[in-house]
Every structure is written in C-alpha cells, then in structure tokens.
Ligand binder design. Sequence first.
Ligand code: GLC
Ligand code: CA
Length: 555
Amino acid sequence: MTVKHKWWQEAIGYQIYPKSFQDSNHDGIGDIQGIIQHLDQLKDLGITVIWISPINLSPMVDHGYDISDYLQIDPSFGTNGDFEELIAAANDRGIKVLLDLVINHTSSEHEWFKKAMEDLNSEYADYYVIKEGKGDLPPNNWRSIFGGSAWEKIAGTNKYYLHLFTVEQPDVNWENPKLRQELYKVIEFWLDKGVAGFRIDAISHIKKIYDQEDSPADGPDGLATNWELYRDAEGIGEFLGEMRDMTFKGKDILTIAEMDVEDPQKWEEYFGDDGYFTSIFDFYHTPFTVQDKKYRDDPVAFIEMLKKLVFKKQQLANGRVFFTNFIENHDLPRALNRFIPQKEINFHSASALALFYFFLRGIPVIYQGQEIGMVDYPKASIEEYVDLATHNNYQDYLLRNYTEVEALQQINIENRENSRTPMQWDNTAYAGFSDVTPWFAVNPNYPQLNYQVEEENPASLLNFYKKMTTLRKRAALQPIWIDGDSLPILEDYAGCIAYQRVLVNQKLTVVINFTNKKMTLPLEKSEVLLTNYDQVAWRKKQVELQPYQGLILKD
Ligand code: GLC
Ligand code: CA
C-alpha cells in the first residue's frame, strides 16, 4: 500500500534571519533582494521550504518581532513587490515560502496601540490587555519573559498594559473577538499573496489567566514567572481552534507553531491532521549546553541526557504526529557550541550532529549558517551586544551577584545573538554579507569559514549537508523517512546515539559515535548509504567507528 504524502511531509526546511542573510543595497542590513540572490544555492542545498523571520513594518526593537503594520514589508527589507518577486522566484525553484506570524503582540508603534493610548475609551483599548494598578503598584507581579515587570504604566493614569516581551511589544487581547477577526484578515492577506504557510510566533502565550493576586516572588526582583497563567494556559484551545477554522482549515499549507505541548496526550489536538497546526517547534532540547558546569568535564553525560530526551519523544510520536526537528534558530547560540565540546568542534563532530537530527521522524529544518558550521562569536564587552533581551539578562546576572566578568562569560555562552552574526558567504570584506559595516559584527573567522570555501571543497560540511538532503529526498526512501517509526538501538553504549527507522519489513539504521575515542559496536556489515569518514572499519559482526563517525546503513 502506498500512502499519498502531503508536500510538507517531504519538506526540507531552512530558516532565514533576514537581517543577517545578505545585504543587497549597501546599508549593512540583509534584505529580500539579498535572499533572492541566494535561491539557487538554497535549491542546490536541497531546500524545499524557507521560513523567513519577520519582515513586516517594524521599529525593530525586537528585530521585527514587534510589528507596526502587518500588511507592509519593512523598507529596510524591501517592498511588498520585492516579497512577491521572492515568492515567484522561490516557487520557480521548487521552494515554498513561510512567513513568521507574530500575533501575540504588536509593536507599540502599531496604529491600534497608538489609538488605544490616545483614548482609553476607544474600541482599540480593548485590543490590548489593560488593567488598573494596585495602589502605586502594577496589577500584579508578573515578570516579562525578557526581564522586568510585565506591566507598563500608561502615563497620566493608574492603568497598565501587559507586555510579556519588551515594553515596546504590548500583548494583544485575544479575548476580544474583533481583534481576533483583524488577525485572521492578516493571515488571509498573506495566504492570498501565495505564502505556503507560517511559523507562528509565541502562540502559546495568547491566553492569559489574569490574576490580580501576586504570585510568590521567584527572584531578587520580587517578580514571578508564573507560566501556568500565560503559557499554554487553560482555555487556549478555544482560540487556537477558532483561528484554524477561520483561516488554515482545508488549505494545503504548512503551519508550525512555536510551542511546547508538554502532555503527549494532547499532541493530536494541537498538531497533525486534525490539530490546530501542522507541526510544532518545541523546546525539549534547547535549554541544555555542554558548556554547562555539569557537563563540561563529562560530555558523554550530555549525550546520554540528550538521547534519552529525544527518543522518549520520538517513540511517543511514532504513527501519530510530526515534530519539526531543529538544532539551531535565531533564539539560540550555535548548535556546535551547545552540543560539542569546544576543542572538538570540527568537520566530523559537526557532520555527526547533523546526521543525528536530520533523519529522525519529523520535518528537518536547517538554520542559516548551520550548513557551513558557523560558531558563536563571544564578545569582549557587553556593549558589543545589541539585543534588549541580552542586556536585561546581563543586568539580571549582576542582580544575582555575578561579577561583570562572570556575567559576560555567562552571556557569551547562552545569548541568542550568537546565531545572528552575518552569514559568511566568502572571504572578502564583511564575509560578502555586505560591502559596508554590517548592523552586527561578522565573526572574524570568516576568511577560513565561509560558504564559498565549502562549495569548492567536496569534503566540506556544506557538501555533507547536500548528501544528507539528497538521501532524505531519494524517492524510494520516502515511505520509510516519512511513515517509518523511529526507534533507539544500542542504548547502553555510552556516547553512542543510534536509531532505526522501521517500516513494515524495511529498515534504515543511523549510528553515531559522539565521543572523541574509537568505539566498537555490534553491527553486521551492510550497505553504507552515508558516512562522514572515507572508510568504515567492519570487523567480524562488529564495526569500529572513528571519533565522531556516523553511518547510515541499509539492510
Ligand atoms: C519568539 C521569537 C523571538 C521573539 C519573541 C517575541 O520567541 O522567536 O525571537 O523575541 O518570540 O516575539
Ligand atoms: Ca540592505
């Protein structure tokens, strides 16, 4: 029996952080024409769908995640015409385009918010979450996700508006049906322009269980992060279900929500054929780093922790739902710095990491620069960072009695700007990203580490990624990659991550040695579909893997 697959089940995704991808008009900021210039390379890499971080009109307090007009492209990125050109040019190359849908909040520069602030009795005031203060204090002690109180006082009143992110990102009031209708119109507008779907930002926060009581403080700032009240809060399903029914339903699109669905019993409700979304980007693996004190001297313990996490989820997903699998995005440091000990970052470890996540059950997504092995660029001073969230986190460390040196050290390890340095295209000035000083400094390692060098080197990480996408797209293997179960094997071998994709009587095996020593495993010789070394050392009913050697085997 052959099952007919949906296009997105075969998709290979790529996330573009447009500010840092390619500048085409000499202002140091990446833009849409810059993306168009690289579509041939994306096609060559095997990409079939791109997700672009927000490009709508924005004052850029949160780099586009603060939208002041949903229907306009920000002039720093180009025009609506440029975007239409991008969709057409991408489609010509078999690449679909997803927009980032930021509908938990707007920018404080959005017309709706400006009108609300001008007249708190206007209908627009009900587009936002506005509450009376308690005496001289905010309505309650909720902490913003980016630090500080989540409430901002409205001048000349004792009222406050809620912002779960920066002060300039007021949360919209999903309880208001009129506001919801406005957001659905935005979705329709971009679907009409030909986008193939959306990555849906911060959507787990749209429902708030407003509580005037303070929660017990959980930090020296006296504030509280009370997730239960504003992350996947009770009742959110009514909003998500209505949005699906009014917009996505019945359309051949891909919607990937940025959200954790912690209770596996709820997966089908949230994503999949009858879910609110097609799939989700969840964070089960993102809080961890091998640079953590706990793992620094024991990277094998890190791999063991990771493999348990991943396979617990994979096994529960078998036959049910598709996660979106990723190891990097614009909110995280680079994957190589998080998963691989510093002195072991090289072609073998980078390709091993890629092999590991790319063939799991789900949709694989690559983040720009991951395919060439870009790494973090730690800063010598906090002033070199530009993101508000980074600065807030730094202040928070100082509050927690870290010295300035310690705070900066910690920020260098964990801050999300690590992944936002400009894309390294070649060895010319500014890595070929721009010909003027970029908005954020290029990693000085670009003369050695760049796209062009890797394109020319058949043994590069980039060319390894191309081999992986080719294998992922091989027609005969589609049924097993898509419908096959994902099952861990050789679980007792510390530092080894191994799994099988199994469909009826077909079987593919992925085996990786995530240590810096040779590792012997009990595996019978079989056809090698892909490996990151020139050779595979088969012994009698055994295989001896080199440090960070990975294999894909076919029975
Ligand atoms: C999401 C985005 C992040 C942004 C936040 C607020 O988590 O990925 O970059 O700052 O939402 O919109
Ligand atoms: Ca530009």
